[in-house]
Structure formats: structure tokens, C-alpha cells
Design a protein around this ligand. Structure first.
Ligand code: OAD
Length: 232
């Protein structure tokens, strides 16, 4: 079975109603990223950070996977599929995808501020000051903030290095280390970049640019891959 590795970013969830990070005003849901998504923000105003992520988590349960998430699930009929996502939503899982690796964490989980290996499923629950882990320290969102290490980057690079086909969907490719993952793909693997703002990526061979929204571009490429065509 051929292996398809799929790197997704905020753009795949845009048509579900979740805002991307870098459209327009430079703000993320009216906040500056430094005020809500950094370790410094947590030290300065943990309540604001919790409220911000509580709102993102609440919104997640008001939206649904779109045709792009659903199409990726269909690929599992014929391919060994691994999704690597920068998104903190759970829309790939809710579309039924079996193998999803989150690079930047997950809104539906919390973790201990004392021991990062203590991670808890919280579903749609709001986190508050005073919510503690079993060791008695405050819980924080299980999110990789700016300036923090990305623990899943090494497993992700290994997965990408085994790809026969690589799809990159809905990401500006501006945030590292995630944006460097495609360079681990085998030179001769077939690659697609599906994003309305997609441009050619220097030094990436066998790349087909699909300058289209995920909601239409992804199902089309998926159908062609399932039919055994070259997906162009
Ligand atoms: P960005 O907001 O940087 O980029 C979103 C991409 O989605 C852009 O390239 C848009 O052209 C594209 N896009 C918009 N609408 C689309 C649609 N309907 N279909 C397909 N593509 C569409 O988001 P990311 O690249 O995901 O990190 O950002 C990467 C990381 O930066 C995020 O994971 C987050 C952020 O700050 C953390 O929170 C750590």
C-alpha cells in the first residue's frame, strides 16, 4: 500500500468557520498572538490566556468537519494515510481519520504546568484558575506556544521521509519547524500543495500547485488519487 502523508494548516478548517491566523488584520480573533499564545503571556495574565483558549474550544464544538476533512478520510480506502496537522482543532478526528499527529497540541486537552507528561482529555470543558493536575499544579492548555519546543517534530520528520505521496493543505508555510517538514520527503515522491495562495516551493521537486480552496481542491485531488490518476 502506498503511503500518503498530509500536512495540514489552518486553511483546511477555514471553510468550517475557524479563522486562519494570518488573514487581514494580523490579529488572531482580535488578540495579538504575543498576548495569548506565548509562555510570557501565561506568566503575565493566565486568566486571559485560559479565557482565550476556552473561547476557541467552545467554538470548536459549534463547527463541523468540511468536505476537505471528509475527503482525506476516504483516502484510507486505498492508501496508508498519515495526517500531520498544525491545527489545534479536532476536525480530522471527527471526520474519521485514523492517524493524526498534532504538532501544536490540541484544544480538547490540558496539561500540567509541573509535569508536561500529565495530559488530560477535557473535551469542551472550560479551564479555570484553580484547576489542578494530580500533582497539585495548575492546568494549562495542551498547546505549543510561540517560543516553545515542538516535541512531535522528530516523529513527524520520520513519517514524512517515508511518503510516496505528500499533500500540503491550507498552510502559509511561515511557521518553523513545521514549514520545513516537506524537505524530508523523498525527492521522487509526488507532491501537491493545495491552498488559494499557494506558490511554487523552491527546491521541492514533483510539486503540483493546486491554487484552490481546500473544500473543492482536496476532494478533487483525492478522487483522482483514488482513481489512480496522477491527481493533476
Ligand atoms: P496561516 O494563517 O499562517 O495560513 C493559513 C493558510 O490557509 C494561508 O496560506 C491561506 O492562503 C490558506 N487558506 C485560507 N483559506 C483557505 C481555504 N478555504 N482552503 C485552503 N487554504 C486556505 O496558518 P498556518 O499555516 O496553519 O501555531 O499557521 C501555522 C501556525 O501558526 C499555526 O499552527 C499556529 C499559528 O500561529 C501555533 O498556534 C503554535
Amino acid at each position: 500500500m502506498k503511503k500518503i502523508v498530509i500536512l495540514t494548516g489552518a486553511g483546511i478548517s477555514a471553510e468550517s468557520g475557524i479563522k486562519t491566523f494570518r488573514d487581514g488584520d494580523g490579529l488572531w480573533e482580535t488578540h495579538r498572538v504575543e498576548d495569548v499564545a506565548t509562555p510570557q503571556a501565561w506568566v503575565k495574565d493566565a486568566e486571559l490566556v485560559l479565557d482565550f483558549y476556552n473561547a476557541r474550544r467552545k467554538q470548536l464544538f459549534e463547527v463541523a468537519p468540511n468536505s476537505a476533512h471528509l475527503a482525506l478520510k476516504k483516502l484510507e480506502d486505498k492508501f496508508d494515510v498519515q495526517i500531520i496537522t498544525q491545527n489545534v482543532d479536532n476536525l480530522h478526528e471527527r471526520a474519521g481519520s485514523s492517524n493524526v499527529l498534532h504538532l501544536h497540541g490540541l484544544l480538547t486537552q490540558a496539561r500540567s504546568t509541573f509535569d508536561p507528561s500529565l495530559i488530560y482529555d477535557i473535551g469542551d470543558k472550560a479551564l479555570k484558575i484553580g484547576d489542578k493536575c494530580e500533582r497539585g499544579s495548575q492546568l494549562r492548555p495542551h498547546i505549543v506556544w510561540f517560543g516553545e519546543a515542538v516535541p512531535n517534530i522528530e516523529p513527524a520528520a520520520k513519517i514524512v521521509s517515508k511518503a510516496n505521496i505528500l499533500m500540503i493543505i491550507g498552510t502559509s508555510l511561515l511557521v518553523y519547524p513545521a514549514a520545513g517538514l516537506m524537505y524530508y520527503a523523498p525527492v521522487h515522491s509526488q507532491k501537491f500543495y493545495i491552498d488559494p495562495s499557494a506558490t511554487d516551493i523552491p527546491d521541492v521537486k514533483n510539486l503540483t500547485i493546486v491554487k484552490e480552496k481546500a473544500g473543492t481542491g482536496v476532494p478533487r485531488v483525492v478522487e483522482q488519487l483514488l482513481k489512480g490518476e496522477n491527481g493533476k
